[in-house]
Design a protein around this ligand. Structure first.
Ligand code: NAD
Ligand code: DAU
Length: 353
C-alpha cells in the first residue's frame, strides 16, 4: 500500500479518490483533520476496504512509527501542510510546526523504517514530497517561468516553511540516501477546494450576494492547474521519477487574478443568473493588498513533460467550467464547511478590507 498524509485536504482527497479510481493498491491516509481536513471529501470511499483512515499528526513519531511497522507501505506521499498564505501572515507558528518540524519528524521515522527494509523493497521505496512553486519567490513580468534550477527565494511564512521542508527532504536523500522525489506545483483549483482560497471564495461569495474581494490592483498573476492534472502528475512522478530529482508541475495557464474573478462571474451569469438580472461582476470589491504579495508565478513544466511524458489534460476553460458546476451542485458541502471557525476567519481577514 501507499501512505498518503493530508489525504483529507483539498489536493490530498482528490489524489486518494483518483488513485483508487485508477488502481486497486490500498491507501493508508494519515490526516490530523485541521480546519482544512474534511472526511466528507472521502465519503465516496465509505465501506471501501482499500482506504484506511487514521486521524493523527505527521509530527507524532510514535504514531508514524507504529503505522509504518503495521502497514509496511512501499511509498509515502506527503501532502500534509498548513497551506494558506494569508493564515501564515496572521499566525506563522502552525506553519513551522507542521511544514517544518512535522515534515522533519515524518522524514526521520520514514528513514528509520526504510533503512531496515530488505534490499529489493529498500530499492523500490519512495518518499514523495508535495511542494509549491511559491518557494521560488516572485517573477517580474518579462522573467522566464520557474525552472527546477531557480534559486529558492520564499517571501511568505508559508513559502519559507515549505522551502525549509524541501531542503530537509533533499538533505535526507543526500545524507542518508533516502529515495525522495519532490514536486513543485503551481496554483490548483477544482472540487473540494476550501473557500478561503481565491477561486472557491469568489464562487461562494458571488452566490451569497457578498463582495468578491480582490487584493490590491488584481493584476497579480498565478499559473492555474486543475487539481486532477496535479494528481496525475504526482502518480507519474511516483511511478517513473528519477530519485533525488525535483519536478515542476504547472498548467501553462498564467492569468491575472482579476481575469479569474471575471471569468467566474461570467460563468455564473450563464449557469446561475442573479435573480435581479444584474451581473455578478458588480460584486467585485478591491480590498487592501496582502502584505508581501508575490506579483507573478509561472511554472516551466518542460522537464516533467520531457522525462515523464506528463502534460495537463484540462485547459483553464474546461477546468474552471467543471469547477463552477461542481460548486453549484454541492451547495450542501459548501454550507457544511462554512462552520463557525470558517466564519471567524473570514470576519478577521476581511474586517478592515
Ligand atoms: P489543504 O490545506 O487543503 O489540506 C491540508 C491537509 O493536511 C488537511 O487535510 C489537514 O487536515 C492536513 N494536515 C495539516 N496539518 C497536518 C499534520 N500536522 N499532520 C497531518 N495532517 C495535517 O492543502 P492543499 O491545498 O490540499 O495542499 C496540499 C499540499 O499541496 C500542501 O503540501 C501544499 O503546500 C501543496 N500545494 C498546494 C497547492 C494549492 O494550490 N493548493 C499548490 C502547490 C502545492
Ligand atoms: O502557487 C501555489 C500556491 O497556491 C500553494 O502553494 C498554496 O498552498 C495555495 O494556497 C496557493 O497560494 P496563493 O496565495 O496563490 O492562493 P490564494 O487562492 O490564496 O490566492 C490566489 C491569488 O488571489 C493571490 O494573488 C491572492 C489573491 N487573492 C486571494 C484571496 C483569498 C485575492 O485577491 N483575494 C482573496 O480574497
Amino acid at each position: 500500500m501507499i501512505l498518503v498524509t493530508g489525504g483529507a485536504g483539498f489536493i490530498g482527497s482528490n489524489f486518494v479518490l483518483d488513485w483508487l479510481a485508477v488502481q486497486d493498491e490500498p491507501v493508508l491516509n494519515l490526516d490530523k483533520l485541521t480546519y482544512a481536513g474534511n472526511l466528507e471529501n472521502l465519503a465516496a470511499l465509505q465501506g471501501d476496504a482499500r482506504h484506511v483512515f487514521v486521524q493523527g499528526d505527521i509530527g507524532d513519531p510514535a504514531l508514524v512509527r507504529t503505522l509504518l511497522a503495521k502497514h509496511e507501505p512501499r511509498a509515502v506521499l506527503n501532502f500534509a501542510a498548513e497551506s494558506h498564505v494569508d493564515r501564515s501572515i496572521h499566525a506563522p507558528g502552525t506553519f513551522i510546526d507542521t511544514n517544518v518540524v512535522g515534515t522533519f519528524r515524518l522524514l526521520d521515522e520514514v528513514r528509520a523504517y526504510w533503512s531496515e527494509l530488505p534490499p529489493a523493497q529498500k530499492e523500490a521505496f519512495r518518499f514523495l514530497h508535495v511542494s509549491t512553486d511559491e518557494v521560488y519567490g516572485s517573477l517580474a513580468p518579462a522573467d522566464p517561468a520557474f525552472g527546477e534550477q531557480n534559486r529558492y527565494e520564499p517571501n511568505s511564512p508559508y513559502s519559507a516553511s515549505k522551502a525549509a521542508s524541501d531542503h530537509m527532504v533533499r538533505a535526507y536523500h543526500h545524507t542518508y540516501g533516502l529515495p525522495v522525489l519532490t514536486t513543485n506545483c503551481s496554483n490548483n483549483y477544482g472540487p473540494f477546494h476550501f473557500p478561503e482560497k481565491l477561486i472557491p471564495l469568489v464562487i461562494v461569495n458571488a452566490l451569497a450576494g457578498k463582495p468578491l474581494p480582490v487584493y490590491g490592483d488584481g493584476q497579480q498573476i498565478r499559473d492555474w492547474l486543475y487539481v486532477g492534472d496535479h494528481c496525475s502528475a504526482i502518480r507519474r512522478v511516483l511511478e517513473a521519477g528519477r530519485v533525488g530529482e525535483t519536478y515542476n508541475v504547472g498548467g501553462w495557464n498564467e492569468k491575472p487574478n482579476l481575469d479569474i474573478v471575471r471569468t467566474i462571474c461570467a460563468l455564473l451569469d450563464e449557469l446561475r443568473p442573479r435573480a435581479d438580472g444584474r451581473r455578478y461582476a458588480e460584486q467585485v470589491a478591491f480590498v487592501k493588498d496582502r502584505p508581501g504579495h508575490d506579483r507573478r508565478y509561472a511554472i516551466d513544466a518542460r522537464k516533467i513533460e520531457r522525462e515523464l511524458g506528463w502534460k495537463p489534460a484540462e485547459t483553464f476553460e474546461t477546468g474552471i467550467r467543471k469547477t463552477v458546476q461542481w460548486y453549484l451542485a454541492h451547495a450542501d458541502w459548501v454550507q457544511r464547511v462554512q462552520s463557525g471557525a470558517y466564519r471567524d476567519w473570514i470576519a478577521q481577514q476581511y474586517a478592515a478590507a
